[in-house]
Design a protein around this ligand. Structure first.
Ligand code: TRP
Length: 461
């Protein structure tokens, strides 16, 4: 087996994994999912899922990756359970599907950077036309996928780490400044109320399901991205504290993105359930209202940093299928990178043209039982993020708890954290992987299948 180039330091791993986690999921997707899911109630479900269900899965992924030093398919073979590499295969499919449309949205964000540089603050009102302009957004998509591929081809320590360390903190500072600014606007507090005060009547199976998908998506879990990243982590590192840092960074940034968005949305008199256009419609006007020079500066910086946040995520998404092709199919890294990137770009074409340009992909009728016409991108999101990721998490927890089993699993964690087995963390983790994840993820999966395919509604909605 080839010697792996590791991360240069502990902070390097945490920064890269947090860079993977923090992305469009936090700043673009999270606010509109909260908006569509009824506000505060979605926030509470999302937070609970992150800490109770996702955290144990995250630890398991990192431990499996570090133990085996492999990609998500090879990892299970190395551990001696080749049948379970189905988890990795499912993960590969999820990764390809997610990156295929994620890259499209990343291209939109990057294009907004250019619009802001040019002082085009009215782009928000033309968002519909903007995403329909497939030549333009297609070109941005090519630039974005190309940059991602270039970074991945440079190998893990060289590219990913460095960018993440500097840019994330800057992004946080801008968002916090916008939170402060947003709170001075009219009706801002209605937005805060919507965001933070839960309305129990909004609990619906669909919302639970979305919140769960969002938790996995946001933390980059359930498809082996952290198995891959974990494979580059040193044996003397503390997996638990790394996972805590990654989770807090990710959840924290999503949370402040919400604090920023809802006051802005309410102050502009827009409906909070504006869907995927939410940030793209709302923010340019806000930057415009800051006045010429300042608006250009803050606006372009914001979308530039958002593009970087997306880039550290696309890098991790591409790394998974690439590490599979390199390890298992024995293809040279550079070749694997460009080949996989090309395939994913092509898989993403229906998502690219399914936002107004192509009627067929814009009104893509989805799975059985859904009366709403959904565009291709939403459809892929439904399948990949909301269904495959939690399913992957379910299988990973069962694998760690009942197949790989406690002595091996805990032994791996203990390598960088000798007191682990006597700590409260081992109980929390044990309860999570053995009980909470299998039952709750399993139950939600069954409920959703019953609801969707058999019309048996247990949680009304
Ligand atoms: N977590 C990223 C975001 O919130 C997206 C992402 C990157 C991802 N890598 C992943 C999602 C792996 C699932 C699995 O933007």
């Amino acid at each position: 087996m080839a010697v792996r180039s590791g991360f240069s330091s502990r902070l390097g791993f945490v920064a890269a994994a947090a860079g993977s986690a923090v992305g469009l999921g936090n700043i673009w997707k999270f606010p509109f999912e909260v908006g569509a899911g009824g506000g505060g109630i979605f926030l509470i479900m999302y937070l609970s899922f992150c800490f109770l269900l996702c955290f144990p899965v995250m630890v398991a992924e990192i431990a499996i990756g570090r133990k085996t030093q492999r990609n998500p398919v090879g990892a299970f073979k190395v551990l001696g359970f080749p049948k379970w590499s189905i988890i990795g295969k499912l993960g590969l499919i999820s990764g390809v599907l997610i990156l295929s449309y994620y890259n499209v949205v990343a291209g939109w964000a990057f294009g907004y950077f250019i619009e802001m540089v040019m002082g085009n603050f009215s782009i928000g009102e033309q968002f519909g036309d903007y995403i329909k302009d497939v030549v333009k957004v297609g070109a941005y998509g090519i630039v974005f996928m190309g940059t991602t591929a270039f970074i991945v081809s440079k190998g893990i320590a060289g590219g990913i780490e460095k960018a993440a360390k500097l840019l994330m903190p800057t992004l946080v500072i801008i968002i916090l400044s916008l939170v402060v600014y947003a709170l001075t606007l009219d009706n801002a507090w209605d937005g805060i109320k919507f965001y933070l005060v839960p309305d129990i009547s909004e609990v619906k199976l669909e919302v639970i399901y979305k919140a769960l998908g969002q938790a996995f998506f946001s933390l980059s879990l359930g498809m082996g991205a952290l198995i891959t990243y974990g494979s580059y982590v040193g044996k003397n590192e503390n997996i638990i504290s790394s996972a805590v840092l990654i989770t807090l960074a990710d959840v924290g940034i999503a949370f402040i993105a919400g604090l920023m968005m809802f006051p802005l949305v309410f102050s502009q008199g827009l409906p909070p359930n504006g869907g995927p256009g939410l940030i793209f419609v709302t923010l340019p006007g806000v930057f415009g209202s800051l006045g010429g020079g300042l608006g250009v500066f803050i606006g372009s910086l914001f979308f530039l940093l958002l593009s970087f946040a997306a880039l550290t995520s696309t890098v991790s998404l591409l790394e998974v299928p690439v590490s599979y092709v390199v390890d298992e199919l024995d293809v040279r890294r550079t070749k694997a990178v460009w080949l996989v990137a090309l395939v994913i770009f092509v898989v993403g074409l229906p998502s690219l043209i399914g936002n107004g340009y192509s009627a067929m992909f814009t009104n893509f009728i989805t799975y059985i039982g859904d009366e709403n016409a959904t565009n291709f991108m939403d459809f892929v999101g439904h399948v990949a993020n909301d269904s495959f990721l939690p399913l992957g998490g379910f299988l990973i927890s069962i694998f760690a708890a009942y197949i790989w089993k406690k002595p091996s699993f805990y032994g791996e964690i203990s390598k960088g954290y000798p007191e682990f087995e006597n700590s409260i963390w081992s109980k929390y983790l044990g309860f999570g992987v053995r009980f909470l994840c299998p039952t709750i993820l399993g139950l939600l999966f069954i409920l959703t299948v019953l609801d969707r395919f058999f019309g048996i509604v247990i949680i009304a909605g």
